[in-house]
Design a protein around this ligand. Structure first.
Ligand SMILES: [Zn+2]
Length: 125
């Protein structure tokens, strides 16, 4: 399970960075964007991804309301998850219930009502 530990470590560091207002994405030398905890470019397989500042705002591409959640989100349901286009990367996060396609959002950190865990959250700008 050491592979998973590594993955979770990278993800926690990423949440810390977002919380500190230093959100970033990973970019390979070919300009492909991806998100932590990746270590290899999903498009071209390059290793050695560069942390690059995430654009401050993205645009909601699509969203969906989750009524039946996984156990780890049971008390959060129903909730809305959305995908926002930040240019080089697309990010999936929880979103306000009245979110609409085309809304401008920024990425922030919220808290799960189920277990208090930190989670990704879109905030309307
Ligand atoms: Zn690449």
């Amino acid at each position: 399970m050491s592979e998973n530990e590594h993955a979770n470590t990278g993800y926690d560091e990423w949440l810390d960075a977002i919380e500190d207002g230093n959100a970033y994405y990973l970019e390979c030398s070919n300009g492909h964007g991806s998100l932590p905890p990746r270590r290899i470019c999903p498009e071209c397989g390059e290793i050695g991804l560069e942390e690059t500042p995430l654009p401050e705002t993205g645009t909601i591409d699509t969203y969906t309301v989750v009524h039946v959640a996984a156990p780890s989100f049971a008390d959060d349901a129903p909730y809305t998850t959305a995908i926002a286009d930040f240019g080089p990367v697309r990010v999936t996060a929880m979103a306000p219930d009245d979110v609409a396609v085309g809304d401008t959002v920024s990425l922030t950190i919220g808290e799960s009502k189920t277990n208090g865990d930190r989670l990704l959250l879109f905030e309307r700008r």
